[in-house]
Structures are given as C-alpha cells and as structure tokens.
Design a protein around this ligand. Sequence first.
Ligand SMILES: [Zn+2]
Length: 377
Amino acid sequence: MLRDYVKTIKNVMVTKRILYLFVIIFFLCFSGTDPSRESQFRLKTVVIDPGHGGKDPGNLGTGKFKTYEKDVVLAISLKLGKYISENYDDINVIYTRQKDEFIGLKERADIANKNKADIFICIHANSNKSSAPYGTNTFVMGLNKTQANLELSKRENASILMEDDYVTKYEGYDPNSPEADIIFSLYQNAYLDQSLEFAAMVQKQFKNRAKRKDRGVKQAGFLVLHQTTMPSILVETGFLTNKEEEKFLNSENGQDYLASAIYRAFKDYKTVMEGTLPANFSPNEPMQIVDGIIFRVQIVTSSNAISLDSPKFNGITNVQEYVSGGWFKYTAGEKRDLASAYRLQVEVREKGFSSAFVVAFHNGERINLQDAIKMVK
Ligand SMILES: [Zn+2]
C-alpha cells in the first residue's frame, strides 16, 4: 500500500519534471523570436482632464442649452474613461475631476505628474465670436504660430485668473498681456514626437469615426500642457458657438461618438508605443511583403531640420528625414516586413531612443501603421 503510494508520488514527480522541461524548452525556442516580448514600455496610467469646472464654466456656447463647456467636456471625459476601463483591466484611469468642481491648471498637471501618467488627455470645447466655425482640433504644447491659436490658448489659460496667487504660481504669466507668450519661448517639448502621433490619431478618428470636420493638429501655448512631464494633448471637441455643433456636443449620441473616437485613437497609440505585434498576429507566421509598403523606426521630431550625420542620432545608421505637418521627422532603417521593423525598434530603443516607434510608408507617403498592418496580413 505504502509502496504503491510512494510509486505514484514518484511518477507524479517525474511527470511534473518532464512537463517543466517542456515548458523551459518551449520558452527557449520561442523567446526572442517575438520582438514584442522584448519591448519594455507598457501604457499603464492615463490621466483624463475635463477642462474648467465649478466657478469656471468655460465657454458659454450659444445660450440655447442650459449647459456650458465644463458640462459637455465632463460628459465626454467620463465616457472616454469608461471605454478605457471597460476594455483594459490593467490600465489605471485617473480623472482630474469627476464632478462640477474648480481645479487649477497647475493642480491638473500635478495630478498627471504625481501619478506618473503615460499619457495626459485634456478635453475642451471651442468658441468663436462668429457662429460659423465648426470642427475639431487637437493641440500639442508649443509656441503659438498663428493669431487664432494665440487667442485660443489665452482664452483657455484665462481660468488661472480665478485661482489665488496666480502670479507666483505661473511665474508671472498674464493671459491678458500681449507678452503673455514669452514664458513659452524656452520650452523644449521632450514628448513632442509621441504627442504629435497621438494628436494625429485623434484627428483621424474624429474625421472617420465621428464624421467631424478635421481642423488639424496644431501647437499652442497651453499652461496645462506646459507643466506636464509626459506625452500630452489638448482636444477641442467642437465649437459650442456653432448651432449645429453645439447640438451634437450636447447630445448623448454626439458625446458617445467623440469619446469613442478618442478611445480608438488611444488604442492605436497604445499599440504603436508598446511596439507589440497585433494580438492576432503570430510572430512565426510569414508576413506578406507588399510592394510599396515599408516600415521605419521613428526616433526624433524637430521644428528645425537636423543634419543626417548629426551626433544627435547617436551613431544610428540609415537615418532618413520626412516632413509632415511642418515638422521634420527622422527615422532609422528601412524594413519591408513588420517583424524585422519591430526587432529594429528594440535595437534603437536600446541605443537611447527609448520611445522610438515603428512607422509605415506607402509609396513614400507616411500612412497609419494599423492600415499598413492590414495590407501585409
Ligand atoms: Zn476650454
């Protein structure tokens, strides 16, 4: 009896050992073939910032609705956060406000910084003296390039006038002063590349998914973006001073569309920045090489042209430049299949470009990575 028992135990142990051996062999065989396994970045925390609130109503719209900018953007923000939480258990969604309350611009940025957010999304709605303009914009932090952007950023920044001690808090920034912009002149946007990518994805989804007029990706001096230490965007979801758009922004359906568009962009951004192969894509499956489609790894974006042999590129070979939206963008390598591009991304990240990501081109034109993946599958 006892002997049988010992024998069974021994058998179980041997079986277990064989099983472990198989598991180890399996990992030895397959680890390293999946480039996505080696990528370290995981998007874990998102901070969503509904603009204005409490004593700061934001813009008042046409007056036809009983709601203001602060109400509309809160509704869209909460829907966006809900989409993310429902679809990703492992992502921490933090709001700067979840109810109608006043929060200073610096405090909003502090919430993102303290929580080490991987991405910061500010949601606003636009206004204009004329009722004609409509459509969506997404902004990244930068110097105001046009009078219209300057006016908009001053309007959005003006909420600091309702904060105590705004002069010391914002280093003398005065939204009413003609020289208000000067504090932004020394600003270096370390996350410009990622912020621009995300902004472009949001605009694309607004246009395709929510059928909004695409007013483009812009840069302007927003105080709330100025203070953050991660990729950050400010979304203007539409004009509350335009009758039709105000109606859309106030409707449940409209808010759903806008939130879902930002959510889809978020999903794309997460995939690109994590540098992982799509879930239904086996690393060992041969991928199609499609004529005209190539993949490169983007390493730097700059407002000025950089010489291709600049030491800034840290000895990376085959650096190429392309210009998009007025920005000079630099890529490493050139691969015809996606898996090699992801392997190159790992190498480039190890050389110090920790947020480098794969970009796709079709006949020399930059295209969306997800679209390229569909073409090579
Ligand atoms: Zn606003």
